[in-house]
Design a binder for this molecule. Sequence first.
Ligand SMILES: Nc1ncnc2c1ncn2[C@@H]1O[C@H](COP(=O)(O)OP(=O)(O)OP(=O)(O)O)[C@@H](O)[C@H]1O
Ligand SMILES: [Mg+2]
Length: 318
Amino acid sequence: MTTTERLHAQLPHTLRSTDFPALGEKYQGKVRDVYRHGDRLVLITTDRLSAFDHVLTTLPFKGDLLNQLAHFWFQKTAHVAKNHVIDKPDPCVTVAKRAEPYAIEFVVRAYLTGSLWRDYEKGADPYALKLPPGLKKDSKFEKPILTPSTKAPVGTHDEPLSVADVVKRGTMTQKQWDEASAVALALFAEGQKQAAARGLIFVDTKYELGNVKGELHVIDEMHTPDSSRYWVASEYAARFAAGEPQKMLDKENLRQWLINERGFSGHGALPSIPDDVRVGLTEKYLAAYEQITGTSFALEVGDVRGRLEKNLRAAKLL
Ligand SMILES: Nc1ncnc2c1ncn2[C@@H]1O[C@H](COP(=O)(O)OP(=O)(O)OP(=O)(O)O)[C@@H](O)[C@H]1O
Ligand SMILES: [Mg+2]
């Protein structure tokens, strides 16, 4: 079977949601099902695909690809910052330390693109960055910048904040902000370095951070194509000069498709996503996985739920 055939064959098996009361109290995020038992969390990365804060469909193998990529990066950045990982009993499961999360998404950006470009183009400056006028789309900043946003409750949108507001609102103290932002920038620098070695530009990313026993930890996921943007380095200069879109390995592909083909940018009825598009999107995740890790991903067609249960039992979690 070709890759495309395998991805089509996996469509009926995608994992949309889970129900394991024995794992603890369940919280359903957009992508992850999170079970809490005391100070331990079991995070199951499902195959759900979200964009503009809405769950739109599922993609074959997406949960496994994302969770494995997050692990790859947790390992590769363990010397920079502590993270929440305890164990990975299944390709789509992370057992983690429960943190007291900051209610902030720590977004680090090295380029003027995506939603920041869309704001800049409109003359909006929600992060009080005071960028100079006349910048071109996809231009590189002198050094990476932070554009924090609130972590909004389910069903609402994240709200951009200036750094001053994070402290003024009492969301974090200045000292907490200084520590967290330094960690976010150090992780980002590490991501840029390692991505560059694989022929990629690490364009921007979102971190979630929290405290475990008073110590700052990276939580949730990290450096995945859901939370980050990657461009193909060898293509950057020519495309930038020509004003063409960058070659992306990330979710901006999906956002552009939704805007252009469905007129959807988060409002109104949810668009339906045809199977060919779902398979095409997994192909992007797969390419990202393989380029970032330098290893290939085995597409084993079959029942994800059954495998998951078996692995959770083997790990004595069920
Ligand atoms: N170690 C941790 N301690 C506490 N909370 C965590 C930890 N790791 C992840 N989380 C939380 O678990 C949830 C993971 O779910 P998911 O990634 O699907 O959510 P999301 O779409 O990013 O956000 P939302 O929760 O707003 O839907 C997030 O709310 C995240 O903040
Ligand atoms: Mg998340």
